[in-house]
Ligand binder design. Structure first.
Ligand SMILES: Cc1ncc(COP(=O)(O)O)c(C=O)c1O
Length: 388
């Protein structure tokens, strides 16, 4: 009765079963996987946020496939602050970055066409690709005191059916930015092989060092789609507001936008109140990002303080984003360790294989948890590893 593309194994795995049982028992949990910013104790300006949703202009329906101009102007201003000149005609609003991916996959790929994704990276791509009949091919990121793209392997992965290369900038969970020299190589490769670049920048504003990193939104050599949204930038995932920016050479960019407009027009998925509120929601990013960056830096410092007295665990270099990767002894499977940490210590962590890291020897932790929880969680985690 159902399409093969939905033949997923939907049985809960052992870790998710253990987590559900732990929550059902009412036992306390320190969640070191938390990624929902609305549950991490940040102070939001609730009045400004709710006021923005009371705009009388929302009583009128003015369908615009690319999204209302006032919202797109606010997005263009966001990029102008980053010294990237983005025209509002080159922006299309979507309800999520995931939806923006789906528009771009629909634009570029016939069923069975291929898109290159980094490994490690975050797990959503598989489901997106399945639902859109796209085949994913992974290209490796290599770690040596920091992460780099393995360009040789990336080039080897290209086939006649490859349509695009995805970069997550900075990547989740490695937290590394695509460097200027890598952007140049990517452009060379994509121009010569007629591929598009899809740049996911949802974590762009969360650089842990002082120097801000350049956006792909003004990348002009290869056809480029830059994706971002309010769920991370302003910490407002519940508002469902995101966008894509098309850049690159003409006429490809104009042709891409014409076709994307038809895809967007087919769904018209943005609603009026949220679009009208987008300028105010984007404004909220300043206060949110200040709090969040302070939290990330404090938690990372606490992690390093505790790691300094433990020999069995180290952390990989991180340049930005909300996560850190821990290197641990590969004595048992990541799932077994995560279940043991849950049952014996009441802490939840992600095994590295969730993110395409090698199955053993890595844990991914979120740096978002409130400081006291985070410090206690790390202390329990390291204590348990020492006993192994
Ligand atoms: C790298 C990356 N891109 C996109 C998303 C999804 O963003 P959105 O909520 O806008 O769909 C996530 C969510 O965690 C993410 O980690």
């Amino acid at each position: 009765m159902f399409a093969k593309r939905t033949n997923w194994n939907l049985a809960p795995n052992r870790l998710s079963q253990a987590l559900a049982a732990h929550r059902a028992s009412g036992k306390p949990l320190i969640d070191l996987t938390v990624s929902n910013p609305t549950e991490c104790g940040f102070a939001y300006d609730s009045e400004a946020i709710l006021d923005a949703l009371r705009n009388p202009a929302a009583l009128k329906y003015e369908p615009n496939p690319k999204g209302l101009e006032c919202a797109r102007r606010a997005v263009a201003e966001y990029y102008a602050e980053k010294r990237a000149d983005v025209a509002i005609e080159d922006i299309i609003l979507t309800t999520s970055t995931s939806e923006a991916y789906s528009f771009v996959f629909r634009l570029l790929c016939d069923p069975g066409d291929e898109v290159l994704i980094p490994a490690p990276s975050y797990p959503l791509f598989d489901f997106l690709a399945d639902t859109l009949d796209v085949k994913l091919t992974r290209y490796p990121l290599l770690y040596d005191h920091g992460w780099v793209i393995d360009f040789h392997a990336l080039e080897q992965s290209i086939t006649p059916r490859t349509r695009a290369v995805i970069v997550v900038h900075p990547n989740n969970p490695t937290g590394h930015f695509t460097k200027t020299s890598e952007v140049a190589k990517l452009n060379d490769l994509c121009v010569s092989r007629r591929l598009a670049i899809i740049a996911d920048e949802v974590f762009l504003d969360f650089a842990l060092n002082e120097a801000p990193c350049a956006t792909f939104a003004a990348n002009s050599r290869a056809l480029t789609f830059t994706l971002s949204g309010l769920s991370k930038i302003s910490g407002l995932p519940q508002m469902k507001a995101a966008w894509l920016v098309a850049s690159g050479p003409q006429p490809a960019r104009a042709q891409a936008l014409e076709r994307l407009e038809v895809i967007a027009d087919t769904f018209l998925s943005m609603n009026a109140p949220i679009q009208l509120a987008m300028p105010a929601f984007l404004e909220q990013r300043h206060s949110f990002q200040k709090q969040l960056l302070a939290r990330l830096r404090r938690n990372l410092a606490e992690l390093d303080r505790q790691l300094a007295t433990h020999r069995v665990c180290t952390r990989l270099a991180v340049e930005g984003g909300w996560y850190a990767i821990l290197r641990i002894p590969a004595t048992r499977s990541g799932n077994d360790l995560a279940i043991e940490l849950l049952n014996s210590q009441g802490i939840s962590v992600h095994p590295g294989h969730f993110y395409d890291l090698p199955a053993e020897g890595y844990l991914v932790i979120s740096l978002l948890a409130p400081e006291a929880n985070f410090g206690e969680g790390i202390s329990r985690l390291l204590g348990c590893l020492e006993q192994d």
